[in-house]
Ligand binder design. Structure first.
Ligand SMILES: Nc1ncnc2c1ncn2[C@@H]1O[C@H](COP(=O)(O)OP(=O)(O)OP(=O)(O)O)[C@@H](O)[C@H]1O
Ligand SMILES: [Mg+2]
Ligand SMILES: [Zn+2]
Length: 454
């Protein structure tokens, strides 16, 4: 008897990462997300029809590496230098760039502002979320209309592809991928298969027509809406927009970038006129710094090529719980535990009966070991209830022996600190910065040494 072929079957798909499972599970084994599995009916395979007419992958012929012109790597500036910085110096021809972030954070705003700044280019801005009227209202707030910015309200991806082929714009923006759909697929817009297919349609158009394409993706909180992880591996760059509800500043960072570093951040402030660039973020992060309070330290981290001064606040308090709590916002939790262990073993402090809270001001995330010394000193200051000296910056990585290890880019950090009015800097003794600096440089070998010297 012939096997039944044309039968639909059910699989469970993780809306966070697109992982497929034959059975439902509470936690995704691939990405660790909870309650992210959604039922999906799989239709029997149909021959796939591509929306884009010619598939360049099929016609491509091998070329000698040295015969390939690198001219296509010329970067187009976006007119927003903080955005250029995160992109690695501007937009690369034919690249597909994902812009993601929480609802209302400013994804549409920054892209519209970018479109309005690139006045010499033909731009097609496709919105599946907002009417042209709504977009116009936003445009009224953020800038002056350029001549060649076209708005298209559309959710059918084949229509988007067709219009793009007709208009041949210099830049394409699609807001958002979750509203796009392919008519010949049964699953709902925003589902994992739709998002995947629509992204690859956009990738084809970006690569074959060499049109840089920006795609907005929502971060899904719940429901069967596919999250940005599903697309991350397909695109050239992933930009993530973040910030706190309570404050107006926003940080744009590259999580992935095939054409640049992922260390750079762009800092903005959300205003009525849209996003304003903050070229000197240190000033912003130092605003409202409380004085004469224990548990507070200033430090300097490198975000890519740029030094940024940050403030860290800590609280050490007697715990009412059998096992003490450690909380770290903007700082790695494991790193905090390591620092606490070093302070216990090398400095004779005891945290077994204390809760320890660490908070980095301004939504900044300190991923760099050079932040260790600042965090450690803030904790000691909180535990012993003394105020750290004013206008002093703390730089250094802490080793397990309590030693201060050298950090990169020390000169840049010292210049940044001096330019913001700091008068003293504690740095690892091994660093030996070249040149002279308009502030007192205090080299130290270990945390104990720092305690003696400041
Ligand atoms: N008139 C206004 N004055 C000041 N800020 C405004 C004004 N209107 C909107 N905003 C700011 O813009 C934000 C919305 O920006 P935007 O629509 O670009 O976000 P989004 O990330 O695209 O959101 P969504 O996920 O809903 O598409 C609001 O949260 C608010 O902070
Ligand atoms: Mg939007
Ligand atoms: Zn998953």
């Amino acid at each position: 008897m012939a096997k039944t072929v044309n039968k639909t079957k059910t699989v469970y798909v993780c809306s966070e990462c697109g992982n497929e499972n034959p059975k439902w599970a509470g936690q995704c084994p691939a990405c660790g997300a909870w309650n992210s599995f959604f039922e999906q009916i799989v239709e029997p395979d149909k021959p796939v029809t591509l929306t884009t007419k010619a598939d360049p992958m099929k016609r491509a012929v091998p070329k000698r590496l040295r015969e390939i012109t690198a001219e296509s790597e010329l970067r187009q500036t976006t007119g927003i230098s903080e955005l250029d910085r995160v992109l690695g110096g501007g937009i690369v021809k034919g690249s597909l760039i994902l812009v993601s972030g929480e609802p209302g954070i400013g994804k549409s705003t920054i892209l519209l502002q970018m479109c309005m700044k690139m006045r010499d280019l033909r731009i097609l801005y496709v919105s599946g979320e907002e009417s042209p009227r709504q977009i116009k209202l936003r445009a009224d707030r953020v800038g002056e209309y350029p001549e060649n910015l076209f708005i298209l309200s559309e959710t059918d991806i084949s229509a988007v592809v067709e219009r793009t082929q007709e208009a041949a714009p210099d830049i394409l923006v699609v807001d958002s991928i979750q509203t796009m759909y392919r008519q010949d697929m049964t699953s709902a817009p925003g589902s994992v298969p739709q998002v995947r297919e629509c992204t690859s349609e956009l990738m084809r158009i970006a690569k074959s027509m060499e049109i840089p394409t920006f795609v907005v993706s929502h971060v899904n909180k719940e429901g069967a809406i596919a999250g940005p992880k599903v697309m991350e591996h397909m695109v050239d760059a992933v930009l993530y927009f973040e910030g706190e509800r309570s404050s107006d500043h926003r940080i744009l960072r590259a999580i992935k970038n095939r054409f640049g570093s992922t260390n750079e951040i762009g800092v903005f402030e959300m205003t009525e006129e849209g996003l304003k660039e903050i070229p000197n973020p240190s000033e912003l992060f130092l605003l409202d710094k409380p004085e004469n309070v224990s548990g507070i330290a200033t430090l300097c981290v490198m975000e890519g090529t740029r030094p940024i001064i940050a403030e860290v606040q800590t609280l050490v308090s007697k715990t009412p719980f059998p096992s003490p709590r450690r909380t770290a916002v903007g700082f790695d939790y494991q790193r905090l535990n390591l620092i606490l262990a070093v302070l216990e073993r090398r400095c004779g402090l005891f945290f077994g009966a204390s809760d320890v809270y660490v908070n980095v001001i301004g939504g900044l995330r300190l991923d760099e070991p050079a932040a260790d010394l600042g965090v450690a000193m803030a904790i000691i200051s909180a535990a012993k209830d003394f105020v750290l000296p004013e206008k002093t910056i703390l730089i250094g990585e802490i080793g397990l022996a309590g030693e201060l290890r050298a950090v990169s880019g020390i000169e840049k950090r010292l210049h940044e600190a001096a330019s913001l009015g700091f008068t003293r800097a504690v740095i690892p003794a091994r660093n030996r910065p070249k040149g002279s600096f308009p502030l007192e440089v205090i080299p130290a070998y270990s945390i104990k040494d720092v305690l003696n010297k400041i």
